[in-house]
Design a protein around this ligand. Structure first.
Ligand code: CUA
Length: 337
């Protein structure tokens, strides 16, 4: 599978051609000015060469007009690069609502992935074509970098926090997945594939790979065994900690008076370092769970908390298994648990 220009990888996502367009614009501008400056340089060397050993050149007077021209033109060009690049950046890194969620945990030297419907994969990611996929990524050890050249998408995966990335593949096929951050001896072996399938095929794949519990269900189990429920009862029972139902995606007021949006990172911090962002009205009584839960388990707890909805509230997040295919006009993916 080759693209029409052998210099760039195949283009297989909604943003890849936009990245290429910007790339070619930058290369074009660079090439144009390199050639222009190069040829003018050669021309001047010949035109203004010293003709006799005692020749004294005419003194050069400054020119405001020239100065202005060669300041304004590069400025305008640089600003087009900035505006274009910034626009594309925001498009690429602002995760759309209603994407299918996949949890990614990097470790030396493999990618561990889990679908919201429970299927686990290592160094392979199966996704349906023409659907937005959101990756929620972290790492167990050092910094890795999730890079799919055909989608023109990549992000560093950082220990201790969640990085989100999204893409929408436009063509079925198998695409390279690389770790693009030097992460130790077998960094070069930390490779895999993203397999883009027709929706029907993907549904078959999903139903053929059941067996593991969903992250949310595993999280619920953990929630019980770790004793979370004794303080954070689903609907406020317990009373020693804030209720967690329906908090995901909403704002919480902290003791400091600040508000914070409850996202994956906030829940993670609150489990590992509960005193860091204390919700107003509650004492600093929660113990840390640092060292007691693995990255995989953290992801499960977060998936469970996301799936909790306040009474009478309609589910809105894409986290609960039933909403992994939330686009209206729905594919059969929706029915698969
Ligand atoms: Cu992981 Cu390089």
């Amino acid at each position: 599978m080759q693209s029409w220009i052998p210099l760039v990888p195949e283009s297989a996502s909604t943003v890849s051609w936009k990245v290429d367009a910007l790339y070619f614009y930058l290369s074009g501008v660079t090439l144009f000015f390199s050639l222009l400056i190069g040829s003018v340089l050669i021309f001047f060397v010949i035109r203004y060469r010293r003709r006799t050993p005692y020749e004294i050149p005419r003194p050069v007077a400054g020119s405001h007009k020239l100065e202005t021209i060669w300041t304004v033109i590069p400025f305008v060009i640089a600003m087009t690069m900035f505006a274009w690049g910034a626009r594309l950046y925001f498009e690429q890194y602002k995760v759309p609502e209603n994407a299918i969620e996949v949890y990614v945990v990097g470790k030396q030297w493999m990618w561990k992935l889990q679908h919201a419907t429970g299927q686990r994969e290592i160094n392979e990611l199966h996704v349906p074509v023409n659907r937005k996929i959101k990756l929620i990524m972290t790492t167990e050890d050092v910094i890795h970098d999730f890079f799919v050249p055909a989608f023109r998408t990549k992000a560093d995966v950082i220990p201790g926090k969640y990085v989100t990335l999204w893409f929408e593949a436009t063509k079925t096929g198998r695409y390279h997945l690389f770790c693009a951050e030097y992460c130790g001896m077998n960094h070069s072996g930390m490779i895999g594939s993203v397999i883009v399938m027709e929706t029907r095929e993907f549904d078959d794949w999903l139903s053929g790979n059941v067996g593991s519990t969903t992250p949310a269900a595993a999280g619920q189990q953990l929630y019980q065994t770790l004793g979370c429920a004794s303080c954070h009862g689903a609907n406020g029972e317990g009373g020693r900690g804030p209720t967690l139902a329906g908090i995901f995606g909403n704002n919480q007021t902290l003791q400091t008076g600040d508000t914070v949006r409850v996202d994956e990172g906030y829940i993670r911090t609150s489990i590992l370092n509960p005193q860091a962002q204390l919700v107003t009205g509650f004492g600093p009584i929660m113990p840390t769970f640092q060292g007691q839960v693995s990255e995989d388990q953290l992801v499960q707890l977060i998936a469970y908390i996301k799936s909790l909805h306040a009474e009478g509230q309609t589910p809105t997040t894409a986290a609960s298994p039933a909403t992994t295919a939330p686009r209206p006009g729905a594919s059969p993916t929706q029915n698969i648990r």
